[in-house]
Design a protein around this ligand. Sequence first.
Ligand code: TYD
Length: 142
Amino acid sequence: MNSRKTTIDECNVIDLRKIHDPRGNLTPIEGGQDLPFDIKRIYYLYDVPSGESRGAHAHKALQQLVIAANGSFTITLDDGLNKKAFTLNRPYQGLYVVPGIWRDLDDFSSGAVLLCLASEHYDAADYIRDYDEFLKYKGCKE
Ligand code: TYD
C-alpha cells in the first residue's frame, strides 16, 4: 500500500461479530480474519477531559482499527483532498484506517475508551505530525 496515494475511501467501518448473551455481549476480533492485518500492538485512550482533542497526525505505514470500546468520540479522516467525520459509539464496530491518512479525534464523551488495534509496533519515525508536511507527503502541496 503506497501511503502517499491512499484516500479516505479506503477507510471504512467494519461491523464486528457480536455474540449476544443475556449475561452480557461479547465481541471477538481475530487478527488477519476480522480485520485486514495482523495485530502487533494494542493501546487504549481513556480519561480524556471534556473538550480535549487527540490525534492530529498521520502514519506512513501503520494500519489501525479504531473502536469506541465505551462511550463515543468523533474521528475525522483527511487524505489531503477530502475529509470525512465518523462518530464511533458502538463497541462492535471499528473504523479501519489505512496509512497516509491524517486523523483528528474529538468530542469524547464522558468515560469514552478508544481502543486501537495496530498493525505495527510503536515507531515515532512512522508519524507525520506537521500538517504542511503531510500535504507535501500526499503531493497536495509543493
Ligand atoms: P500519540 O500517538 O501522539 O497520541 P495521540 O495521537 O492520541 O494524541 O502518543 C502520545 C504519546 O504516547 C507519545 O509520547 C508516544 C506515546 N506512545 C507510546 O509510547 N506507544 C504507543 O503505542 C502510542 C500510541 C503512543
